[in-house]
Design a protein around this ligand. Structure first.
Ligand code: SF4
Ligand code: SF4
Length: 473
């Protein structure tokens, strides 16, 4: 442990009664003051309801992480919050998880019944304390799972954080941004509330642009076409803010001679349920996607560049939606590798000559095991690839994970702890950072802007588009 590290004894000796610890937390997390209490479901005894909800969520995985922590402190050095605030024990992953663990211990574990003082068992007293819990689980963790991977006891702190978020979401005690994005995804089927008209207009616009660029009017972005090789699903950010990636994908799929379609409904592969902890929302969104592919008899689902969308659509959504996992799905990275391997598209790396580094998205690398595939592509797409350290499953979060971008009240803290990411980016000496996640684009852009780094962010689709060698007419 480095000299500046948190002494784990500070963490285990903290008075874990939230009320008693109020002052210390407020001093250490200035931004929690800004996350004021706002209950979207002001109905009944929330503390009592929280206990009932918690009981229903006690799966084997959850209980294992509740009882497994021995407070060794090894996870502390994994967390960018704790690393950026070495003198602040409330940033330690174990401390954050202890806030739900103490409730579990009081009601569901024998240690809390026999020696409650020893295991710091206790309840939140009122809504104000639930609000404090909200500020800890939403405001001081991006659910990146770096601590999870570094726990010798197999404790999944990120799961406990998500579980607590889900309990609070059921009570309506969530940051305003989380409430709004969740509502939008429930009401419109996509988390940016893009209307069907805007969705179709954007696709038509990108179709026109791509036709012009390739001088080929036969290029199409098919909608609701049946029996295609794959159904392509995107992040609403691609429709609402930056449709260039859709245009790039359309050109690449066209040049590869692909049989593909986009669905009119069920096109959002992101899933705010992963961030809010709301499994019902997660199931609703994922089912929309799977049902669309089934309705169109697509042979597989291809997921555009998005970390949490990839994790939700490919793995978690089936569980949330209680849906039989019988439809293959893949990241667009795999599709691109297939095209290059099969000679369906040709790329020239000299067209991307600036020094490029790569940011592994937490949900794709750590939680999705796609680490070598982006590198395989990058080695063929640019001439000066520079590895970031640490990398792959050990990479640091872009700082915008876990829905953090939607929670503006916590941004000052997020930018403060982003120093870890800024230093990591700077050390590469690269002028460009490539990522394969729309969320990471925004997270990294915030870091670059805040720390005034001389760097820009690109995506793989953009690099492929730029490197394309067009066939002779
Ligand atoms: S979560 Fe794991 S690494 Fe962290 S203090 Fe507990 S046992 Fe140690
Ligand atoms: S999941 Fe990531 S941000 Fe959250 S406590 Fe663990 S390391 Fe820190």
């Amino acid at each position: 442990m480095s000299e500046k590290s948190i002494n784990i004894l500070d963490v285990v000796n903290l008075p874990l009664d939230i009320k008693e610890h109020e002052k210390a937390v407020e001093e250490n997390i200035p931004s929690v003051k800004e996350g004021n209490l706002k209950i979207y479901n002001p109905d009944g005894d929330n503390v009592k309801k929280l206990l009932t909800l918690l009981k229903a969520k006690l799966s084997r995985q959850v209980v294992g992480s509740m009882v497994g922590c021995v407070h060794c402190g090894m996870c502390t050095e994994s967390c960018h919050y704790a690393l950026a605030r070495p003198d602040d024990p409330t940033m330690a992953p174990a401390y954050k998880a202890d806030q739900i663990r103490r409730i579990f211990k009081k009601h569901f574990d024998w240690t809390g019944k026999i020696v409650p003082w020893w295991v710091h068992a206790g309840d939140p007293k009122d809504d104000e304390e639930l609000n404090r819990l909200k500020n800890i689980v939403f405001g001081t963790c991006t659910g990146c799972r770096r601590c999870t991977l570094n726990c010798p006891m197999g404790v999944d702190t990120a799961t406990l954080i998500r579980l607590t978020r889900g309990l609070l979401a059921e009570l309506g005690i969530v940051p305003e941004g989380v409430f709004q994005v969740s509502r939008d995804q429930w009401e419109t089927g996509n988390q940016m509330a893009v209307s069907e008209e805007d969705y179709l207009d954007t696709i038509e616009w990108m179709e026109d642009e791509s036709q012009d660029e390739l001088e080929d009017p036969s290029l199409k972005i098919p909608i609701d076409k049946e029996d295609c090789d794959f159904m392509y699903t995107v992040n609403p950010r691609e429709i609402k803010y930056d449709p260039r990636s859709l245009g790039a994908a359309a050109k690449i799929f066209h040049l590869a001679g692909e049989s593909w379609t986009m669905p009119k409904w069920g096109w959002d592969m992101t899933n705010f349920g992963l961030f809010s902890g709301d499994d019902k929302l997660g199931g609703f969104v994922a089912r929309n996607l799977y049902e669309a592919a089934k309705r169109l008899r697509a042979r597989r689902i291809v997921i555009s560049e998005c970390g949490h969308g990839y994790r939700s659509s490919r793995w978690e959504g089936y569980n949330w939606g209680k849906y039989k996992q019988d439809l293959p799905s893949e990241s667009v990275l795999i599709t691109l590798i297939r095209y290059i391997n099969e000679g369906r598209i040709k790329v020239d790396p000299s067209k991307n000559s600036l020094p490029i580094t790569f940011h592994d998205s937490c949900n794709i690398a750590r939680s999705g095991d796609l680490t070598e595939e982006p590198r395989w592509l990058l080695h063929r797409l640019c001439t000066d690839f520079r590895e970031m350290h640490p990398n792959r499953a050990d990479n640091f979060c872009c700082t915008g994970g876990g829905g953090a971008l939607s929670m503006v009240e916590y941004k000052p803290l997020r930018m403060e702890v982003a120093k870890i990411k800024a230093d990591q980016l700077t050390a590469t000496g690269a002028k460009v950072v490539c990522t394969i996640c729309h969320n990471c684009i925004d997270g990294l852009t915030d870091v670059i802007k805040h720390y005034k780094l001389d760097m820009k962010v690109v995506q793989i689709l953009e690099l492929v588009e730029n490197a394309l060698v067009l066939p002779e007419k």
